[in-house]
Every structure is written in structure tokens, then in C-alpha cells.
Ligand binder design. Structure first.
Ligand code: GDP
Ligand code: MG
Length: 598
């Protein structure tokens, strides 16, 4: 298509504000997918995405739309992930567009991730079309949305459209606005062919599939290409677009969004944000914004049954093919045996990977307490990066430990200010700013150690604010903290998987809490079990589990065989999910209990 007839745009929104539903309506209205073939939220391909209502990967789709001016336009929609963990993915997807539909749920108003996404879009110079969604709901509050739009986002209310992704009301007008307001793509001033990789996928038959936006020049089958970041050269096997399934095409020319299949085996070779150029028509410099994604959160993942190790390894390799941000490497734990150290973008990313391993790959796994990367400055002058408490050096050699901190923007109804500030303080945070955004809402800006928001910060925020609070965060460097390694000993033996790094002031309470929790979840055994929490060799909390008195079967009266058998089977089932550590059987629940709510 001619550049003038192309529009590239994405939909940005806070989670649940209706992106996927609106995308369905657009597909339907443009006849890209017939209504009868439309399963709900078509673009959310993975089961997990559909179930949790979040988009994990960007799904581009090409639509054709006949406008009143008689022209047929090529519309490329990129559905972006909607969570802070994936901010870089979002920014790359935005880099493939000229405009963005900004969705605001009429019943919820502007939320923390709405603001974060708008900021990303502005940084990419995108034309923003503000759209208030879910106007079919009786609880929708348009005046509030307009006020927040102007106050928080500085978008004039006159620009807002209102729609219902559910009933389709207002969607034709929105399509018209996409064509009329979003600028068509223009060629870069520089010479040479260039395409931005904004996502990748791994297809079992075709191998690596790059999702690209061609900025200059054109790519077709046989084009000899070079990747800017690592200099790898290859040849294009196929180009095409998503309609929404993959459709091969003659060429992918400047201005368009589609896919490009390089002749490469390893998905890790083609990095998100990298630039592809034509060896015969090379560009001088890469497209802006490339960044190597680095994991921020680490955790060990172990098979419950050691016999599953090889299968777990194969599953991880497969997972990584489709998720370049997920990293893993082999590690061993004295307590858990052979497993993997895994790196994730954030907590949600970690949960998603763990859940996919369990569900899609049917793996029974134990995950250890998540950790951030600590910068440990040694008295020798050396700096060591530690992402696993087990490898924390002896305190005697440490000069100081620095931990990653974040700036967190928390948007809440005004009435909860006090409670939320208390929450922030209980997590070693400081509130640096509060900004009221309308009569009833404020944004609290707080600086917190990243470690402290890993487990339950978001859940607590939600429960304190009855679901109305939302948050967003960005890394804010490193800061020294009084941090110590805390060990948990079961019958005198430290269980490495239970080790964690905690702030001195919190060591006692957390040690006690952990010991109590373990006491409650480890079943009594034939001897008394001591559970201790220790910092630097000093025991700070202890609990014990009294020895088992009677045989389980003695609980059964009479000679009811079937009942006995059931009980034995249950025991056997339970055993499978236990890890024998020293002399003690520790059930999987114990590991989960240690992780929860710290
Ligand atoms: P996403 O997380 O932004 O992709 O949001 P979804 O499209 O998954 O929508 C979240 C929830 O809101 C789902 O339960 C949708 O059915 C519902 N929803 C989306 N749009 C509308 C709408 O216009 N009206 C109503 N009543 N519900 C909607
Ligand atoms: Mg969605």
C-alpha cells in the first residue's frame, strides 16, 4: 500500500480496561475475522493470557478498512502487553506505530498504568486518541474521566471518544478517527533499509519468526540481512503479515508491519528492539531505543521429583524460545537437588513462567524465594553481584551491600492515603510526593527497595484500597541498606532454599514468622524436629515440632480395609510431593508457605 493509506497503531490501557475486547470489535468491523469465527479475545492466544485477562506478547494484526473517502486503508494494530513488567516490550511495540488508542475504563477512570503507558507513548511521539470505554455500564462516570484526562494526562476532553467494546457502540467512529487523526508512516531521512524487531516468536515448523515494522526500504524472500546489534548475517526465508494468522506476501515495504523469517536457528540471535538491515542496502545506524533486557527478579526452580530434571530442562528451553526475556541456567541446591536459577523481568513474569511450566508442560516444580540482584562491596574493594542468597559472602568480608530501589507511583482514592502510607513505610519505603489529581484521587510517589514489593505489595495495596488502588514502578538505581542473610535450619541443618536476605530491622519478626509457619506445615515425624532462624550463626527464633506418637493407621477403627487403603494411598501421594531434607520430609506446601506474605 502507499504510505498515505497505511495506519500503524496500538491500544494502550491499564489492565482490564478492555483492550482485547476492543481489538475483537475492530477485527469484526473490518471483516478481518467473521463474527462467527470470533472467539472472545482472539488476540490473546495463550490459554493463560485468556484466563488471566492479560496480554503477554504483542500480537500484530493487519486489517483493511474502506473509508468514506473511497480509499481502502491498511490498518496495522499491535496489541501490547499491559503490565509494568513488560514496559520495554510495550515501548518497542509503540516504536512500531505512529499512533495509540488510549483506553480508559469509564467506571475506573485513569489508573497508574494508564499514566505510565501515556508517558511511554508521548516519548515515542505517538498521536494519542483518548477513548473512554465500557460506556454501556451504568456505573460509568464520564465527567470524572474527562476531568482526570485533563488533569493527569493533559489531554483535552474534546478529543475523547466514547465507546463500548462490548456492544460495539462508538467503534465505527473510532475507526474513522484512527484514519483521520493518526499520521501515516513517513520514510526516514537516512538511507538504507531498516526494520525494527518489536517481538519474536518461535514456530515449531518455521523456526524464528520476527515481528517487524519496516521503517525504510523493503524486505523480501532472499534478501540478505544483517542484525545490527550482534552483526549476525542471514537470509530472509519468508515475509508476510498477520491476518490474523500468518500469511506470506511478496514483500514487506517501508511503513508496514508484519513478520520476517530469517534463516536462523536460535531465537536468542534476534533480540527485541534490534534493527534488521539489508546487506546490499545497509543503513548507517540502528533505529533508536535498543536495550538488552535484563532480568530483575531471580528464583530457583526445581523438579519435585528429581527424575523429572531432564524434562524440566527441555521445557525451559522451549519456553525460552517464545520468551527471550526469560533466562535460566543450571544450579544445584543441597536441599532441592538439581534445578535451575531463573531470571525474570518482574514478579508477574515469574508467576507466568511458573504457571506455564506447571500447566502447559505438566511439570511439578518447587520455586525458591525470589531475589533481586544485590551489589555486594567487599572490603577487598571488589564488587560482587549476588542474585541468590546462598552465595552471599561471609559478612566479615563485606564492606556494604547495596540493593535495587524503585520509584513507585501509586494511584488511590484520597480516603486511603493514611493506610497506603503506612503500607509503604512498613516496606521500608518513603513517600516522596503526593499529588491530588481530582477531588477524590491522589498519586503517591514512593521510593522503596525492590525486594520489598516482590511478594505481596500489590495484593496488599489492592486489599487496603478495596481494589481501587493501582501502581506502576520504574527502577531508580541502587542504595546501601543494612542487609543480612538469614538461614533457616531444620534439625540443625540449614535449608539453602529457605535462605533469604533481609533488612536487619526485619530479621527478628521475619525469622519468627517463618519458623512458626514451618512448624505448622511440616508434618510431625518419628522424632522431634527443631526449626531455627539464624543470622550470622546466631539463632534469632526457634520452634519445634513434637514427635509423632502413633501410627496413622491406628486412627482407623475396626478392620475397614478400603478406608485403610485410602489412607495409605493418600500418604503415598503426600510423599511424592515431599522433599527429604536431612532426616526430615518437607512438603511442598512448606516452600510455598515460606514464600507467601513475607
Ligand atoms: P484488557 O486487559 O485491557 O485486554 O481487557 P479485556 O478486553 O480483557 O476486558 C476486561 C474485562 O472487561 C472483560 O471481562 C471484558 O468482557 C470487559 N469489557 C471490556 N470492554 C467492555 C465494555 O465495553 N463493556 C463492558 N460492560 N465490559 C467490557
Ligand atoms: Mg487483554
Amino acid at each position: 500500500a502507499k504510505l498515505e493509506l497505511i495506519r500503524n497503531f496500538c491500544i494502550i490501557a491499564h489492565i482490564d480496561h478492555g483492550k482485547s475486547t476492543l481489538a475483537d470489535r475492530l477485527l469484526e468491523l473490518t471483516g478481518t475475522v467473521a463474527a462467527r469465527d470470533l472467539q472472545e479475545q482472539l488476540l490473546d492466544g495463550m490459554d493463560l493470557e485468556r484466563e488471566r485477562g492479560i496480554t503477554i506478547k504483542s500480537h500484530p494484526v493487519r486489517m483493511h478498512y474502506k473509508h468514506e473517502d473511497g480509499n481502502t486503508y491498511e490498518l496495522n494494530l499491535i496489541d501490547t502487553p499491559g503490565h509494568v513488567d513488560f514496559a520495554y516490550e510495550v515501548s518497542r511495540s509503540l516504536g512500531a506505530c505512529e499512533g495509540a488508542i488510549l483506553l480508559i475504563d469509564a467506571t475506573q477512570g485513569v489508573q497508574a498504568q494508564t499514566v505510565a503507558n501515556v508517558n511511554l507513548a508521548i516519548r515515542q511521539n505517538l498521536k494519542i486518541i483518548p477513548v473512554i470505554n465500557k460506556i454501556d455500564l451504568p456505573a460509568s462516570n464520564l465527567p470524572l474521566c474527562y476531568e482526570q484526562m485533563e488533569e493527569i494526562l493533559a489531554l483535552p476532553r474534546e478529543e475523547a471518544l466514547s465507546v463500548s467494546g462490548k456492544t460495539g457502540e462508538g467503534v465505527p467512529e473510532l475507526l474513522r478517527a484512527v484514519i483521520e487523526r493518526i499520521p501515516h508512516p513517513v520514510l526516514l531521512d537516512e538511507r538504507g533499509a531498516s526494520a525494527l524487531i518489536f517481538d519474536s516468536n518461535y514456530d515449531a515448523y518455521r523456526g524464528v519468526v520476527n515481528y517487524v515494522r519496516v521503517k525504510n526500504g523493503s524486505f523480501k524472500r532472499g534478501t540478505k540481512i544483517r542484525l545490527f546489534n550482534n552483526g549476525i548475517e542471514s537470509e530472509v526465508k519468508e515475509v508476510g503479515f498477520f491476518g490474523p494468522e500468518m500469511r506470506a506476501d511478496e514483500e514487506l515495504a517501508a511503513g508496514s508491519v508484519g513478520y520476517l523469517i530469517p534463516n536462523l536457528k536460535s531465537p536468542a540471535d534476534t533480540k527485541m528492539g534490534d534493527t534488521i538491515t539489508d546487506i546490499k542496502d545497509p543503513c548507517d545506524k540502528p533505529l533508536p531505543g535498543f536495550k538488552e533486557v535484563r532480568p530483575m527478579v531471580f528464583s530457583g526452580i526445581y523438579p519435585i521429583d528429581t527424575a523429572d530434571y531432564e524434562q524440566l530442562k527441555a521445557s525451559m528451553a522451549k519456553l525460552q524460545l517464545n520468551d527471550a526475556a526469560f533466562m535460566y541456567q543450571a544450579e544445584t541446591s543441597a536441599a532441592l537437588g538439581f534445578g535451575f536459577r531463573c531470571g525474570f523481568l518482574g514478579l508477574l513474569h515469574m508467576e507466568i513462567i511458573q504457571e506455564r511450566l506447571r500447566r502447559e508442560y505438566n511439570m511439578d516444580i518447587i520455586a525458591t524465594y525470589p531475589s533481586v540482584i544485590y551489589h555486594v562491596y567487599m572490603k577487598s574493594g571488589e564488587m560482587i553481584q549476588v542474585d541468590n542468597p546462598v552465595f552471599m559472602p561471609d559478612p566479615s568480608g563485606i564492606e556494604r551491600i547495596e540493593e535495587p530501589i524503585i520509584d513507585c507511583h501509586i494511584m488511590i482514592p484520597t480516603e486511603y492515603i493514611g493506610d497506603v502510607m503506612n503500607l509503604v513505610m512498613s516496606k521500608r519505603g518513603i513517600c516522596t510526593n503526593t499529588n491530588s489529581i481530582d477531588a477524590n484521587h491522589v498519586i503517591i510517589t514512593a521510593r522503596l527497595p525492590m525486594h520489598e514489593i516482590l511478594i505481596d505489595f500489590h495484593d496488599k495495596l489492592k486489599s487496603i484500597t478495596r481494589g481501587y488502588g493501582s501502581m506502576d514502578y520504574e527502577p531508580a538505581g541502587y542504595q546501601a541498606g543494612k542487609l543480612v542473610k538469614m538461614d533457616i535450619l531444620v534439625n540443625g541443618e540449614p535449608v539453602d532454599a529457605f535462605s533469604s536476605i533481609v533488612h536487619v530491622d526485619m530479621a527478628y519478626s521475619r525469622g519468627r514468622q517463618l519458623a512458626e509457619r514451618l512448624r505448622d506445615v511440616i508434618p510431625p515425624q518419628m522424632f522431634t524436629i527443631a526449626i531455627q532462624a539464624a543470622v550470622g550463626g546466631k539463632v534469632i527464633a526457634r520452634e519445634s515440632i513434637k514427635q509423632l506418637r502413633k501410627n496413622v493407621l491406628a486412627k482407623c477403627y475396626g478392620g475397614d480395609i478400603s478406608r485403610k487403603r485410602k489412607l495409605l494411598e493418600k500418604q503415598k501421594e503426600g510423599k511424592k510431593r515431599m522433599k527429604l531434607i536431612g532426616q526430615v520430609n518437607i512438603p511442598q506446601e512448606a516452600f510455598v508457605a515460606v514464600l507467601k506474605n513475607s
